[in-house]
Design a binder for this molecule. Structure first.
Ligand code: ZN
Length: 319
């Protein structure tokens, strides 16, 4: 069945009634504990979510990935898991399937893999993401790069969570900004506080948004041995406007993830965390996480101020 705005609610309901594991996990989410931590005025939430241990501690090195069966390929998915079809009109060769995520963070959480088993690389695929954002107007779409939190770095996929959940959806309009480009209903700007390397692209035109994304993406630093810059992306369509938030990453996991003993924090930050909701699968980490630690983690996983400045200058020469 094709994805459309009418059949998504019924699809969700059908999956929760026929799929016990998903139903239990969505039910458990209702009782998940959340606390607020303000960092530089930004109201982060911390969610204690034990079911997410699978994702946060996922082994994503090449060997482990090669040895496991890909959980996004249709032949390996549980039989009870159904999907809605989505085709991006400018890339009909690469259709997608909209699935409900059985390990939710959001009250409505979707995983949207490409049907074909292809690497997690965003170059050339932003058009599909923007088009999906328009189709799923009650959702924020997100993308985790292969070394930025994706637990299936070998199978291309987006995710989506219902809007009204990530603090960033509201905060982005009040955060201090530096304008990089502005014309008509289109703009590119950099956030000047809390996050280093956070760029926003806003446009009423899908093609313009897509072109600007590709331009910005083309100037980002690429780590040695990597095919693409390390990024997380949030994207939504609201009031006739597309918004893309691009986070440029320095590293995947903060030093706290690898620390031993009391200093250890099991945290693999990805789009949702950078959108303002830190997910801790362990209660000790939920209790421990405070403004100082969150700032430390952000400073480690995002690029430096200097690199941020270089990128801004490069974008200015292109747009
Ligand atoms: Zn696959």
């Amino acid at each position: 069945m094709r994805l459309n705005s009418e059949n998504l609610a019924a699809f969700f309901k059908e999956q929760l009634s026929s799929w016990e594991q998903a139903r239990d996990n969505y039910k458990a989410l209702e009782n998940v504990i959340v606390k607020e931590v303000s960092v530089g005025g930004f109201p982060f939430k911390v969610q204690f979510n034990p079911a997410r241990i699978v994702s946060s501690s996922a082994k994503v090195d090449k060997k482990s990935i090669k040895e496991r069966r890909c959980f996004l390929c249709s032949e390996n998915r549980p039989q009870v898991q159904r999907g809605l079809d989505f085709v991006y009109e400018k890339d009909r060769e690469n259709p997608y399937t909209v699935l409900i995520n059985p390990f939710p963070i959001f009250p409505k959480h979707l995983t949207i893999p490409m049907v074909a088993h292809k690497d997690q690389l965003i170059g050339g695929r932003m058009g599909a993401m923007l088009s999906l954002a328009k189709e799923l107007q009650d959702f924020t779409l997100f993308y985790n790069g292969p070394k930025c939190g994706a637990s299936a770095p070998d199978h291309f996929h987006f995710q989506a969570g219902n809007r009204g959940f990530l603090p960033m959806e509201q905060q982005i309009s009040v955060l201090d900004r530096e304008s990089i480009f502005k014309r008509d209903h289109t703009s590119v700007w950099a956030v000047k506080t809390v996050f280093n390397g956070l760029f926003a692209i806003e446009s009423k035109e899908i093609d313009l948004a897509n072109q600007l994304f590709e331009k910005v993406f083309s100037v980002l630093p690429v780590k040695e041995g990597e095919p693409e810059p390390m990024v997380n992306i949030l994207c939504w369509y609201n009031n006739g406007q597309y918004t893309i938030l691009l986070y440029v990453r320095e590293r995947h996991r903060p030093s706290h993830y690898f620390a031993s003993g009391h200093s250890n924090i099991l945290l693999s930050p990805a789009s949702v965390d950078l959108g303002g909701v830190f997910i801790t699968p362990l209660e000790k980490d939920f209790n421990k996480l405070n403004d100082i630690l969150i700032k430390e983690i952000l400073d480690q996983i995002c690029i430096s101020k200097e690199e941020n400045r270089q990128i801004i200058n490069k974008i200015k020469t292109l747009v």
